[in-house]
Design a binder for this molecule. Structure first.
Ligand code: EGV
Length: 373
């Protein structure tokens, strides 16, 4: 029996050199014609990065990204949006800052395991909050009284579940009442228009202390040239600026200029095209697997660039093993369930931000594996 890997990213490493890598959530589809044109002009962006003050390019990149995704009330004034090399770097900074003031965090369950690992790695205690209660009625007062922060991934990874506007408002009000921090990871928001209402307006109106992590890395196939953005409320009361400065000075103006151009391209039609492309890939996956006995899709409403497949009779790790013999690498779901891995035992996550042909071939082989038993 194959040993389970230490974390999800270690499973993703195994896939990196395969042409049939459907494991990680990074964008690996081919560039669109509009994006190809931007890449053809990379030397111009480099020259711009040399010539212009980085603060201007950074402001333009932030404005293009936040307005593309409906986040009009993001704090545009100097220093409020901290650009990081990746959203995980932003997460490490936020975790370290939280640990200075807070003991316990209520964290959505399931979610990508490095969120739990970075919080725990900084000494924070975690309480799991399942998606149904999180999206349902008010959270119990005893829960809120026992934590210093509520952390929600929305849209969630891997389920795609989105915190709606009314639900976010109520959650933020509850956090304000208890004087605890509301933290959001919105890395997958670009894929789902239901996550494009103005979160910053809702958060600010609630009066709670909040922090948001955004990510340009999931949307566009930029070879991991990307940024994570860490945004904090006024009076957040955490040493995020100090810890940011411990870790980095800033993100390359070349990358910031690239983000600005990709966001502009997305605003002029590219985002709608991307949504259609991902929906098409999701349809390919579902069509290839739908008729197999015991197979279903636990996230029928998801619009993010990942799709879970559930099956009976075998574990995700067993299916992973059979699949990798065909050089196909998916992601077993156990470790998304960071407080109870057995809950994720019978599922694989499939990445949809891939070109159509290798994805189709990968799920053809997955269907064959699931059929042969
Ligand atoms: C996903 C990779 C990190 C992460 C992938 C991801 N792992 N950052 N330690 O970026 O869903 O596959 O979020």
């Amino acid at each position: 029996m194959l040993q389970s890997k230490g974390n999800l990213t270690q499973w993703e490493f195994l896939a990196l050199n395969s042409e049939l890598n459907i494991a990680d959530g990074h964008a690996r589809q081919a560039l669109s014609p509009g994006q190809t044109k931007i890449v053809d002009e990379l030397p111009l962006l480099f020259a711009e990065g040399e010539r212009r003050p980085v603060e201007q390019i950074e402001q333009e990149a932030h404005e293009a990204y936040f307005t593309l995704l409906g986040q009009h009330s993001y704090p545009a004034e100097h220093g409020r949006v901290m650009s990081c090399y990746s959203s995980s770097v932003a997460m490490e900074i936020l975790s370290r800052a939280l640990a200075a003031e807070v003991e316990t965090v209520a964290l959505v369950h399931p979610t990508f395991d490095n969120i739990a690992d970075l919080l725990r790695g900084n000494g924070l205690r975690l309480l799991p909050v399942a998606e149904d209660p999180l999206h349902g009625e008010d959270l119990p007062r005893e829960l809120l009284a026992s934590v210093g922060c509520v952390f929600v991934t929305t849209p969630n990874n891997p389920t795609g579940r989105v915190l709606g506007e009314d639900r976010l408002r109520r959650l933020a009000e509850q956090c304000a009442e208890h004087d605890i921090i509301l933290a959001l990871d919105t890395s997958f928001r670009g894929f789902d228009p239901r996550a494009h209402y103005d979160h910053y307006a809702v958060l600010d109106a609630s009066g709670c202390r909040w922090a948001v992590i955004e990510d340009t890395g999931k949307l566009w196939p930029t070879l991991d040239l990307k940024a994570g953005l860490l945004v904090g409320s006024e009076h957040l009361g955490l040493p995020v600026e100090k810890i940011y400065s411990d870790i980095l000075l800033g993100v390359s103006p070349l990358i910031l200029a690239l983000i600005r151009r990709f966001a502009e391209d997305a605003a002029s039609g590219g985002l709608a095209e991307l949504h259609e492309f991902i929906a098409g890939n999701r349809a390919v996956v579902r069509a290839a697997l739908a008729d197999l006995p015991g197979v279903d899709f636990p996230d029928p409403d998801s619009r993010t660039s990942v799709e879970r497949v559930r099956f009976s009779g075998r574990t995700g790790t067993e299916v992973w093993e059979a699949l990798q013999e065909h050089n196909v690498f998916a992601l077993p779901c156990r470790q998304f369930h960071w407080a109870d891995p057995a809950e994720g035992d019978r599922m694989l996550r499939i990445a949809l931000a891939r070109s159509r042909e290798p994805l189709t071939e990968s799920v053809r082989l997955l269907a064959a594996v699931l059929e042969s038993r």
